[in-house]
Design a protein around this ligand. Structure first.
Ligand SMILES: *[C@@H]1O[C@H](CO)[C@@H](O)[C@H](O)[C@H]1NC(C)=O
Ligand SMILES: *[C@@H]1O[C@H](CO)[C@@H](O)[C@H](O)[C@H]1NC(C)=O
Ligand SMILES: *[C@@H]1O[C@H](CO)[C@@H](O)[C@H](O)[C@H]1NC(C)=O
Ligand SMILES: *[C@@H]1O[C@H](CO)[C@@H](O)[C@H](O)[C@H]1NC(C)=O
Length: 363
């Protein structure tokens, strides 16, 4: 009997000591470890029925159909509320096979020519242009449009989507296409904010509001490909947002990064050379799912990128928005986006498009 009692006493003492240690740990900010400790004792979570994405987030089109029923009114609309009642947080992102542009069109009855939208029942507080550099990615573009249109409608933003399509097959130049997008979008409308958006990144939380901040904003801070974390501190790739003033302050983006890589770091450096900081949304809302793909043909890795990055502080004033030379070949106002097709030349400069196959007239 006596031995049993002393055993109990030991047990109680050990438990008590553990509690004290845990209390100390949590007090010193080791909360993560403590929660881990508790998790060991918790019953294993019941595995979700069906695919995981089925359990998290909601349909990006939920509750949007009621908008279509509001009679369209042009004048005298009240301002939209500061916080959109349609925003609900995580969005379920899947890539159903067999999706067509016609289906995306059908699901977005309020989007008009050129991919333009205004909230039907209130005056938007924000006007944002979406700029998407593009070539040979029609498949990704379809999914992006499927998600981006309702995503922006949930946020009650007045917006338009511009696809900047690089003509011909010379090496891809993402940053120069964005310079083109900036100028061509601003030519059409006095946008407050421009979102520079990779075609293969789908936002997964509608609280990631597509408006600009007091400093250039890097929005794609948590991509699935990087484990939903920022890969490194100065990262500025994927999706970013600048006001026209911020854009001009850093002389836009570089024109001379041909091929994959480097240009986003150059842009990040320009932000600080322009005397600005990088603004970011919360980690839990700046989430993106990347559509998987191989490195495309015509967008090979740029081997010179590190040399070029080392020189940005000397070159940014001579290379950027002020020197972006290009030739717009066509402008199509399609139902879901404006397609601006552009000849941006090659690393040797801009040559007139029509003269391309034959000998070029000197200019
Ligand atoms: C979600 O799960 C249900 C059954 O659990 C299934 O019928 C449905 O197809 C799933 N949806 C998606 C998008 O996977
Ligand atoms: C959105 O729809 C859900 C049901 O699908 C409903 O419970 C919710 O109240 C709706 N929210 C708004 C703001 O209409
Ligand atoms: C582009 O196409 C032309 C002819 O169609 C071809 O000769 C050239 O090699 C191609 N260039 C690249 C970079 O693929
Ligand atoms: C944009 O227009 C060009 C020229 O008509 C066309 O070749 C290209 O496929 C179009 N791109 C998209 C994404 O619509």
């Amino acid at each position: 009997m006596g031995t049993l009692q002393s055993k109990w006493r030991y047990l109680v003492m050990i438990l008590g000591a553990q509690l004290v240690i845990m209390a100390l740990l949590s007090k010193e900010g080791y909360q993560k470890r403590v929660t881990y400790f508790f998790r060991i004792f918790r019953k294993p979570e019941v595995p979700p029925a069906g695919p995981l994405h089925n359990q998290t987030g909601r349909d990006v089109y939920a509750n949007l159909s009621q908008l279509a029923k509001v009679p369209l009114q042009e004048e005298g609309l009240p301002y939209c509320p500061r916080k959109s009642p349609l925003v609900g947080g995580p969005i379920r992102v899947t890539f159903p096979s067999g999706l067509t542009l016609a289906e995306v069109e059908r699901k977005n009855p309020l989007v008009v020519r050129g991919g333009r939208y205004r909230p039907p029942n209130c005056e938007a507080r924000h006007r944002t242009a979406i700029i998407i550099p593009h070539r040979n990615r029609e498949h990704h573009l379809k999914f992006l449009l499927y998600y981006l249109h309702p995503f922006l409608q949930r946020q009650q933003i007045s917006y338009s989507i511009y696809v900047i399509h690089q003509a011909r097959n010379f090496t891809f130049n993402r940053a120069k296409l964005m310079n083109v997008g900036f100028r061509e979008a601003m030519r059409e409308e006095d946008w407050e904010c421009l979102f520079f958006h990779d075609v293969d990144l789908i936002p997964e939380d509608d609280r990631n509001t597509y408006i600009c901040d007091a400093h250039p904003k890097h929005a794609a801070i948590a991509m699935d490909k990087f484990g939903y974390k920022l890969p490194y501190k100065s990262y500025f790739g994927g999706v970013s947002a600048l006001t026209p003033l911020q854009y001009l302050k850093m002389n836009g983006f570089p024109n001379n990064y041909w091929g994959w890589g480097g240009e986003d770091d150059d842009i990040g450096i320009r932000v600080s050379l322009g005397g600005m900081l990088i603004s970011r949304p919360a980690l839990k809302v700046g989430r993106y799912k990347m559509i998987k793909h191989k490195l495309d043909e015509g967008n090979e890795m740029n081997p010179r990128r590190f040399n070029m990055l080392a020189k940005t502080r000397h070159t940014w004033r001579q290379d950027g928005m002020n020197t972006a030379e290009y030739e717009v070949l066509s402008r199509q106002y399609l139902p879901l986006y404006t397609n601006i097709t552009v000849n941006i030349g090659t690393n040797k400069g801009l040559e007139p498009y029509r003269a391309a196959p034959g000998p070029h007239p000197t200019r």
